[in-house]
Design a protein around this ligand. Structure first.
Ligand code: MEV
Length: 703
């Protein structure tokens, strides 16, 4: 890793800062480009898939604090925070800490605790004995809930029984289940374990389960960070170092004695910790709840960080708090900015991320106390310009590190013609769909939270249940009871290949779960079979893209011909979805009927589209995006001639072109669905124009 000591970042333009971070290797070129184009922002479409009743996306500044050295390694820390001075103060505190080697962190264990709380236990002693006697069986049962967790090196580590007053003169019992959730935040994992174990625990103890949920007082995930500030570093800016040190130590003592001050002391710490939690897509309310509960653990609220004078007169600080955070899965996998920030931090594991957050909290506390002990807090406030950022759009980046992942597709040139043996130029939307499969007792269930679907499999809509049945059949697996969960960044029926991506993701997830080796060719063939269910006479382009996730020139004229392409750089695309889904099977059938009546004319159109696709592939590889855009415009005209466009799609195409797209066209079968725009240098503006007109956008990172 390169040197994180970067002076004067605050004096530079945003573009210069991004350039500097890229030049030093902190930002990968693709991430730097994403930031330059204002695309590192959750779009309305992505937000809609996260929570309910969305009406927009709320922006917050994303910044970096350079200069950190933690356990001998440099870090540039991403922060999302709206309060002036927090970032500048942190960068300064990190810089001053370098004089004595920076921060050291330690974290003995990283376990998330679930609670099964029982009320009405008649004989708590007997209950405790029963739990002790069944401890091994309970551990095994809890571990069996998520077999793949154990395979990843995680699992249930410990059980503990707590007793407390139930508030009605009786005794409540809480069984604590301590789970190593690896790099995931793990809330869902642990909650499921609690729910599954509760009936058995209640039966053993003779009470009734009142609550089955994780505890945010994650005191089995305690992290400690330490730092030393030399008197030399405290003397900077002409301050009296001894007075500064003594002032900070006094402030620490006051926080220890006075809960009113401790609350503010800790608020300053959380300025930093929350900013990193938000930037990395973590649940900052969970982090907050844990921190404050820990601060009050001795029955009185106290400071999370303390400061004292070292034997050599330096200033020594220490923070200790629970930090159970994640670097994979859940919401953070859905937020493009969070993924980018995690790559920038490059911590490797969730434990390391917790260490960075603890160091940030300690540095932030130092900065606040130093200002309070010397010039006062108002003095150092930087004047910040109000900066307007484009709202941007949803970015779909590379594959998620999960077994059941598949790509979506976007056709740049040649849809419909491809059904008649002509070429199509198609690009993947990498990592767009992820399927997870776990064995359950009882009937199978399928959930697609992004589409607000959750059903027993037998009651799922026909396309989904048939798809799963076909995949199981092709893999030779019986339906012995599964929970299938599919995360889809692709909207349904929008011409972006969601059905093929589902098929490929399911094949991979079931194969991984069953330990079957299925090579990509076979995966593609199974997905093609599944596509017959969805589309009648599919060309095969969707399943091929879903499987191989490469830009390609595709043709299926008797036999499959694929030429994978190497674009000089990922083409800057914006995809926007219209208000209604396309109906691929119906559109393909309608074109077929019209072609029957006008075969020569339709074939002439298909031949022209074939030529466009072939030339477009060459232009893509030569990075001649302006000319490629013109070909897309021509292709759209031809698709309109085939009667698969709609007034809404025409309007979207016009908006994209007016906002500066080099080319824009409907993509997929039409009749609704999506448009794709090629936008060299102006993807953010085009996405914004479409979003402003009410069309959700997504911006694939094409590998
Ligand atoms: C302001 O956001 C945080 C401080 O109040 C923290 C403190 O007083 O220690 C400056």
């Amino acid at each position: 890793m390169s040197d994180s000591r970067i002076g004067g970042l605050y004096r530079r333009s945003i573009g210069d800062r991004i350039d500097e971070l890229e030049a030093r290797g902190w930002l990968a070129p693709a991430d730097a480009e994403t930031l330059r184009e204002g695309r590192a922002v959750l779009g309305v479409g992505g937000a809609e898939r996260m929570i309910e009743n969305v009406i927009g996306v709320f922006g917050l500044p994303l910044a970096v604090a350079p200069n950190f050295v933690i356990d001998g390694r440099d870090y540039v820390v991403p922060m999302v925070v709206e309060e002036p001075s927090v970032v500048a103060a942190l960068a300064n505190a990190a810089r001053l800490a370098r004089a004595a080697g920076g921060f050291t962190v330690s974290c003995e264990e990283s376990l998330l605790t679930g609670q099964v709380v029982l009320l009405g236990v008649a004989d708590p002693d007997a209950a405790e004995g029963a739990i002790r006697a069944q401890r091994d069986a309970l551990l095994a049962e809890a571990d069996a809930v998520h077999p793949r967790l154990a395979a990843r090196g995680g699992g249930v580590r410990d059980l503990e029984l707590h007793r407390f007053d139930d508030g009605e003169g009786g005794t409540a019992l809480a069984l604590h289940i301590h789970v190593d959730t690896c790099d995931a935040m793990g809330a869902n994992l642990v909650n499921t374990i609690c729910e599954r174990l509760a009936p058995r625990v209640a039966a053993l103890c003779g009470g009734r389960p009142a609550l089955r949920i994780l505890s945010n007082l994650a005191d089995r995930s305690l992290v400690t960070a330490r730092v030393t500030y030399t008197l030399g570093s405290l003397a900077e800016s002409g301050a009296d170092p001894v007075a500064a040190r003594d002032g900070i130590v006094a402030a620490s003592r006051i926080a220890g004695a006075d809960p009113y001050r401790a609350a503010t002391h800790n608020k300053g710490i959380m300025n930093g910790i929350d900013a990193v939690a938000i930037a990395t897509g973590n649940d900052w309310r969970a982090v907050e709840a844990g921190a404050h509960a820990w601060a009050a653990r001795q029955g009185r609220y106290g400071p999370l960080a303390t400061w004292r004078t070292g034997t050599d007169g330096s200033l020594e600080g220490e923070i200790r708090l629970p930090l159970k955070v994640g670097t994979v899965g859940g919401t953070l996998a859905r937020n493009p900015a969070a993924r980018l920030c995690l790559r920038l931090l490059d911590t490797g594991s969730a434990r390391d991320l917790a260490g960075v957050m603890a160091a940030v909290g300690l540095a932030q506390n130092f900065a606040a106390l130093r200002a309070l002990a010397t010039t006062g807090i108002q003095h150092g406030h930087m004047r910040l310009h109000a900066r307007g950022k484009p709202a941007g759009s949803r970015v779909i980046a590379g594959p998620v590190d999960e077994p059941g992942t598949a790509a979506g597709k976007v056709i740049l040139l040649g849809e419909h013609a491809v059904v008649y043996g002509r070429h199509a130029l198609a690009l993947p939307i990498p990592g767009a769909v992820t399927a997870r499969v776990s064995a359950v007792r009882g009937t199978s269930r399928i959930s697609v939270p992004d589409w607000h679907l959750e059903h027993p499999l037998a009651q799922a809509d026909a396309p989904l249940s048939q798809l799963v049945a076909r995949v199981l059949g092709e893999l030779g697996l019986a339906d012995t009871g599964y929970h299938i969960e599919i995360a889809s960044q692709l909207p349904r029926g929008m011409g972006l290949g969601s059905s093929a991506a589902f098929a490929v993701a399911l094949v991979r997830a079931f194969a991984a779960a069953a330990g079957i080796d299925v090579d990509p060719e076979r995966t593609n063939a199974i997905a093609f079979e599944c596509e017959h269910l969805a589309h009648g006479t599919p060309s095969g382009v969707d399943n091929t893209l879903a499987t191989f996730a490469r830009p390609m020139l595709f043709r299926h004229a008797g036999e499959l011909e694929i030429r994978t392409l190497e674009p000089g750089q990922p083409p800057p695309l914006v995809i926007a979805t219209s208000s209604g889904p396309g109906a691929t099977a119906a559109q393909v059938a309608a074109v077929r009927a019209r072609r029957t009546a006008l075969a020569a004319h339709y074939d002439a159109v298909f031949d022209e589209m074939d030529a466009l696709a072939i030339e477009g592939a060459a232009l893509l590889e030569a990075n001649d995006l302006d000319r490629l855009g013109r070909l897309m415009n021509l292709c759209h005209g031809l698709l309109n001639a085939l009667e698969v466009s709609t007034p809404e799609l025409e309007m979207m195409v016009r908006i994209a072109r007016s906002a500066g797209a080099a080319g824009a066209k409907l993509t997929g079968a039409g009749g609704g669905g999506s448009v794709v725009a090629l936008c060299p240098g102006n993807a953010a503006a085009v996405a914004q124009a479409l979003e402003d007109a009410g069309f959700p956008t997504l911006v694939p990172a094409v590998s």
